[in-house]
Design a protein around this ligand. Structure first.
Ligand SMILES: [Zn+2]
Ligand SMILES: [Zn+2]
Length: 241
């Protein structure tokens, strides 16, 4: 009886933590998603970086600073944090997760998101609410899921902070990559709004997305949340372009 229980427990653990690397299928320790070789290919974002958008700076700088990108525009979030660069292997994992039908990779990507919270700008903060960046309903139907919502669900569980789909995307925007920065902001204007019956008044919000590119989407969502009375809006993403 006790053995049967132990076996089923093992079965559950191996489901939650497969013993093969998510990329190359090499054997890994329990609770590891990647083998050491694959893990070593991830590019961790280390200081010095922009205090606002976490863009790494090549060179020696010790004072807090804002990058040239952030210094000349209004960003409505307090800061946006990511632990890894969205390059090479990390980028491939995220693409496979979002577009390649490999939804199981959400656990790995969520672990990067979790790593982002171990940032000195976020570590000691308390949040009242996690809010994923919404997709337009048409795009969500097309993809079958909202990647930010899947990641936020896993994170909410780990950090014990409630999750609400507080925002909705009301404009179907073309993919942002074809636009320059000014066009992106224009493209995003009025793209989001607070959902009916949602109340974020007096709340400290943590916005969640998979990848931070220019920060325009996060900023636009932060603007809507602050207009609706949120006290503060920080942002955490799994990776940064
Ligand atoms: Zn591997
Ligand atoms: Zn910046």
């Amino acid at each position: 009886m006790a053995f049967a229980k132990l076996d089923s427990l093992r079965a559950i653990i191996s489901l939650l933590y497969p013993s093969a690397c998510a990329i190359c299928s090499a054997k890994v320790d329990v609770r590891q998603y990647l083998c050491h070789q694959c893990e070593a290919k991830l590019v961790r974002i280390k200081p010095p970086f922009c205090s606002k958008c976490s863009e790494p700076f090549q060179g020696a700088i010790t004072n807090p600073f804002d990058c040239a990108n952030c210094a000349h525009r209004t960003l409505y979030f307090e800061n946006a944090v990511a632990a890894f660069r969205s390059r090479g292997l990390a980028r491939r994992v995220i693409l496979n997760f979002k577009y390649g039908g490999q939804i199981h990779l959400r656990h790995l990507v969520a672990s990067w998101l979790f790593a982002a919270l171990d940032d000195e700008r976020l570590r000691t903060r308390e949040f009242d609410l996690l809010v994923p960046i919404p997709l337009h309903p048409a795009r969500e139907r097309e993809r079958g899921f909202n990647q930010a919502a899947l990641l936020a669900e896993l994170l909410a569980h780990q950090v014990a902070v409630p999750l609400r789909m507080a925002l909705e995307r009301i404009r179907y925007t073309q993919t942002q990559t074809a636009y320059d920065r000014a066009e992106r902001m224009e493209n995003l204007h009025d793209a989001f709004r607070l959902r009916k019956n949602m109340n974020v008044r007096q709340l400290r919000v943590l916005l969640i997305d998979d990848v931070l590119t220019t920060g325009s989407t996060l900023s636009e969502c932060a603007r809507v949340l602050k207009e609706a009375g949120a006290i503060s809006v920080h942002a955490a993403t799994a990776a940064r372009a």
